[in-house]
Design a protein around this ligand. Structure first.
Ligand code: PMP
Length: 371
């Protein structure tokens, strides 16, 4: 039996979502057609838009469906290339690589975006043409970022604020309206929906600056050409409904108990961001003198699926830029694994995992000595 502990990479699709998608696969119309079949497809899309907008506190007409968060981030940042842009140094590559001229906002050793740095830099600039991109929750550490402060600073300096909220939805409350966010990215497969669909939510104010990357038949208010992925959008909407009712109190108990066991059973283990606000489902643990890659493979053989660093690109195991930005010692950077959950584990599952982890680490350390 395999225990999947990699929800931040992708959450298993919710069974009700599968049922809804199976039922809707029969929708044959193109949502742009005006006949009945077209209108049925259009209605299904608009219903999903409505649910998603409720989940993130935005206006339904301002949701632009994309092929996922990577495309939504690319669309958001496309207009930043002609602006003074600030991107946090712990962003996902799908943000970092969009604007290589952006100034990086450092993070503290606790993994939190340096708000003072942002504030003092924005103050020096003329109050227009500024773009800021920060994430709500880091995908590797699970650390929650101070969005209220960042949003206030952006508003005071008339800067456009983009937030990658991929790892926040269904884990913390996040409302575009309440937080005064201009652009917000989310992805369906991180919340139990199908892969290959996501969206960018846009505030009324920034429509004028947004610049499309895929032009075509004028779909999605002209900001994303191409026939909408009706079936996936329906699945995304269904998953977003679940994300509105999140309750992670059991997950938090599991996470805390898992970390307590690891710390007591395995010497030299360190919980990254232990004293920072974190989402309940994520634990990033570093082990001295261990290669995270070998550890992930060894745990997989034992039936536990975890990830090392940022596991978004296929099979790529690169040392984490997030941990480097936090100033972590290189040996720990290379030896960190991420455990991300979405349900509570029982006591015996936690104990079995920790026992195997300890055994595998001891084996790896012994092997290293022999070599
Ligand atoms: N942003 C963050 C914070 C992520 O964790 C990910 C996926 N790991 C993405 C963006 C990219 O999402 P998608 O797979 O939908 O393109």
């Amino acid at each position: 039996m395999t225990l999947y502990l990699d929800y931040n990479a992708s959450a298993p699709i919710i069974s009700d979502v599968v049922a809804i998608m199976n039922e809707s696969i029969g929708i044959i119309g193109n949502p742009s057609s005006i006949h009945s079949s077209g209108r049925a497809a259009r209605k299904a899309i608009e219903d999903s838009r409505e649910i998603i907008s409720k989940t993130i506190g935005s206006n339904p007409k301002n949701i632009i469906f994309t092929s996922g968060a990577t495309e939504a981030n690319a669309l958001a940042l496309n207009c930043s290339k002609t602006m003074q842009t600030f991107i946090s140094s712990i962003e996902h590559d799908s943000v970092l690589k969009q604007n290589i001229n952006a100034k990086l906002i450092p993070v503290t050793s606790e993994g939190i975006i340096n708000v003072e740095f942002l504030e003092s830099n924005l103050r020096k600039l003329p109050e227009d043409n500024i773009f800021v991109s920060v994430m709500a929750v880091n995908n590797e550490t699970g650390i929650i970022q101070p969005l209220e402060d960042i949003s206030r600073i952006c508003k005071e300096n008339n800067a456009i604020l983009h937030v990658d909220a991929v790892q926040a939805i269904g884990r913390i409350d996040i409302s575009m309206d309440k937080l005064n966010i201009d652009l917000l990215t989310i992805s369906s497969h991180k919340i139990g929906g199908p892969k290959g669909i996501g969206c960018l939510a846009v505030s009324d104010k920034v429509y004028t600056v947004l610049s499309p990357i895929i032009m075509g038949g004028g779909q999605e208010r002209g900001f994303r050409g191409g026939t909408e992925a009706v079936n996936q959008i329906i699945g995304f909407g269904a998953a977003a409904k679940y994300a509105q009712k999140f309750s992670l109190s059991n997950t938090l108990t599991t996470r805390d108990s898992l970390e307590k066991n690891v710390l007591s059973m395995i010497p030299d283990s360190i919980i990254i961001g232990k004293n920072s606000p974190r989402v309940a489902n994520t634990s990033l643990i570093a082990f001295k003198n261990i290669s995270a890659e070998s550890l992930v493979i060894a745990l997989d053989i034992e039936g536990y699926e975890v990830s090392s660093g940022s596991a978004c690109s296929s099979g790529k195991i690169a040392a984490s830029h997030v941990l480097r930005a936090m100033g972590l010692n290189e040996s720990l950077v290379k030896g960190a694994i991420r455990i991300s959950l979405c349900r509570s584990l029982n006591k015996s599952e936690i104990l079995s995992f920790c026992t195997i982890l300890k055994r595998v680490i001891n084996q790896l350390l012994r092997k290293k000595k022999i070599i």
